[in-house]
Design a protein around this ligand. Structure first.
Ligand SMILES: NC(=O)c1ccc[n+]([C@@H]2O[C@H](COP(=O)([O-])OP(=O)(O)OC[C@H]3O[C@@H](n4cnc5c(N)ncnc54)[C@H](O)[C@@H]3O)[C@@H](O)[C@H]2O)c1
Ligand SMILES: [Zn+2]
Length: 365
């Protein structure tokens, strides 16, 4: 079991990482909930897969259950509104505590619901996908999609607690695991050579979901995210490094209409593109770039990107929403464990890097 403290500017809380902690949920949630009403707001599919374990773990801690059919398409304000109506009908007041049970979609939506319901109630995150365990459950970004783009409507709300049961990943499809692992590779490249080495050397054991290894990887990722968020909660500076692979990745997700790739897969591809751009601009050596790329591809396959046009996608990269003052920030690797922000990059360099990354993925599959 690992307890990881998060000390963000707006709030301090703990992240618990432990295999099977769902079965002991009351022990961890009890002190946070105290004698208030607890509402577990769950992704319906996750409740079917893992709900019995949480129910058992909450044993003497009374809770009310709200399940909803979720998914990226349903990550909209209207779904949050429906959840709010159900809370209100159930008589939830300002003292209610919400527990988000599911992947990043549930976490982002219930987090946002908590930020807005009665102008703010306490939220506990219980993430059940690898991506949400290593990334979205910690850090306080919440929100929903608009027709024009992802996560454009939301709020910052740090949870009171995040409870991470790595064993909940047992029922997660293989492809979702791989997608989450690309975000873990990201932490290795931006911050931790040790984590990167681990992923490089233990690929088979990681993909076989060896319990101790997964717990270590999740805890290390959370620790890195916590450190970054502690320094920069609202993404004024350091937090931008978490977008490594994302500037390219978001453009590719949009270009393929969010249908072809999981978010993590787009990030995997985006990190390849960022490496190619970095080498072209001289931020990273050829050997080091290759080492990163090999590890990313080793956790593949990334679905075929045949038909994606670099010339059409490059302008999307330049118009990424993280653009401030008309400049697109690229997070480029310098070496494993360190990245830098580069903002003056020409469109043709971006296009060339994209094409090279498309070719690399095509050659690997
Ligand atoms: N807030 C942040 O900082 C942040 C960071 C990264 C991503 N996100 C958001 O996270 C979302 C993606 O999250 P995700 O990848 O977890 O997707 P998700 O929540 O849609 O979950 C993926 C699928 O797995 C199912 N599932 C979840 N846990 C399961 C389990 N234990 N067993 C079986 N099935 C399970 C879900 O029902 C769903 O079908 C995106 O909307 C993205 O914008 C937010
Ligand atoms: Zn991401």
């Amino acid at each position: 079991m690992q307890r990881i403290p998060v000390r963000a500017a707006s709030a301090a809380y703990e992240v618990i990482v432990e295999a099977d902690c769902l079965e002991k949920a009351a022990e961890y949630l009890g002190p946070v909930v105290k004698n208030r009403r607890l509402f577990v707001v769950a992704d319906e599919r996750v409740w079917h897969a893992q709900g019995d374990r949480l129910r058992k773990g909450l044993a003497d801690l009374p809770f009310e259950l709200i399940t909803a059919e979720l998914g990226e398409q349903r990550k909209r304000l209207s779904t949050v509104e429906a959840m709010a109506e159900r809370l209100h009908q159930a008589g939830a007041d300002r003292s209610a505590v919400l527990a988000a049970f599911g992947g990043g979609v549930a976490g982002d939506m219930v987090g946002f619901l908590g930020a807005a319901y009665m102008r703010g109630v306490d939220v506990i995150q219980i993430p059940t996908t690898l991506l949400s365990q290593v990334d979205s459950a910690v850090g306080g970004k919440t929100g929903v999609n608009l027709a024009g783009g992802k996560n454009l409507f939301g709020a910052f709300l740090q949870p009171k607690l995040a409870l991470i049961d790595t064993h909940a990943l047992d029922t997660l499809p293989e492809r979702e695991i791989r997608a989450g692992l690309y975000e873990v590779i990201k932490y290795g490249v931006i911050w931790s050579p040790e984590l990167f080495d681990l992923l490089e050397n233990k690929r088979d054991a990681v993909l076989a979901r060896e319990a101790e290894l997964i717990e270590r990887i999740v805890a290390e990722s959370v620790r890195i995210k916590a450190e970054v968020v502690a320094e920069d909660e609202r993404e004024g500076g350091l937090r931008r490094i978490l977008n490594y692979g994302h500037t390219f990745g978001h453009a590719l997700e949009a270009e393929t209409r969010y249908e072809l790739l999981l978010h993590g897969e787009a990030v995997g591809w985006g990190m390849i593109a960022a490496g190619r751009l970095g080498e072209a601009l001289g931020t990273i050596s050829h050997e080091e770039r290759l080492r990163i790329e090999r590890v990313i591809l080793a956790y593949g396959p990334i679905p075929s990107l045949e038909g994606v046009d670099a010339a059409r996608t490059a302008p999307r990269v330049m118009g990424d929403k993280k653009t401030i003052g008309g400049k697109t920030n690229f997070i480029l690797p310098e070496r494993i464990g360190q990245v830098k922000v580069v903002s003056d990059v020409a469109m043709d360099a971006v296009e060339a890097a994209m094409q090279a990354a498309l070719d690399a993925v095509a050659a690997s599959s």
